[in-house]
Design a protein around this ligand. Structure first.
Ligand SMILES: [Zn+2]
Length: 215
């Protein structure tokens, strides 16, 4: 994939954020990385998603964090995206949102418990919740690294979510699934206490989904 294709993909993923109801107004951003070239592209700050075109995305050098000739400023969340790419070598796409149901868990500082086979499939663990951190320097990135488990998403206390994957498209899937299972679990909590799936049971679902599911 060349950088033009990466711009296309990351633009499409950003435009999907309001479509999948993960963002309101400008409250989220997606990026994608070309690790070979050491360049990432990220949503520009404060631009409407439906007006976004590939050329608007801001290209950034992974190592220096410097913007490569762009008429627009990058998302203010760029430092957190950079930190995750620099410290998680398997990651090629990152998404940050304040999606409602997942952020409801973040507001009370609770993880999304491993109580559904859909959570076992996709995440293989609870979706952890990082205690509140401010937005200074690497605080968010460091907290994510400290609290993450095998799941490709975390909740940030009193804030929102970060999700990631091998590509921006994979990160979108993780972000959408985070919101979807958070919604189901929150509904379940109105009816009673959701029952945790034991780790050895969860492993069966995770293994099937990651090693045998699909074409
Ligand atoms: Zn945020």
């Amino acid at each position: 994939m060349d950088l033009a294709e990466l711009r296309e993909e990351v633009c499409r993923v950003n435009r999907m954020l309001p479509v999948t109801r993960l963002v309101t107004m400008h409250s989220g951003n997606a990026s994608g990385l070309d690790r070979e070239r050491g360049r990432l592209v990220i949503k520009p700050s404060g631009v409407d998603y439906d007006a976004l075109v590939p050329a608007d995305l801001v290209e950034v050098d992974l190592e220096t964090g410097e913007v490569i000739e762009s008429r627009l400023r990058p998302s203010v969340d760029l430092p957190h995206h950079l930190y995750l790419y620099r410290n998680m070598p398997e990651v090629g796409g990152v998404i940050h949102t304040h999606s409602n149901y997942a952020t409801a868990f973040a507001a009370v500082g609770k993880p999304v418990p491993l109580c559904l086979t859909a959570i076992a499939d996709q995440f293989g663990a609870e979706i952890p919740c990082v205690p509140y951190v401010d937005n200074i320097g690497d605080h968010i990135g460091e907290a994510i690294l400290q609290y993450r488990n095998r799941s490709p998403a975390v909740l940030l206390g009193s804030h929102g979510t970060f999700a990631w994957g091998e590509s921006a498209t994979d990160a979108l899937k993780a972000a959408v699934m985070t919101e979807d299972v958070a919604k189901t679990v929150l509904l379940a909590m109105q009816l009673g206490q959701p029952a945790d799936i034991p780790p050895d049971e969860a492993e069966k679902w995770y293994d099937r989904y990651h090693n045998r599911y699909g074409q």
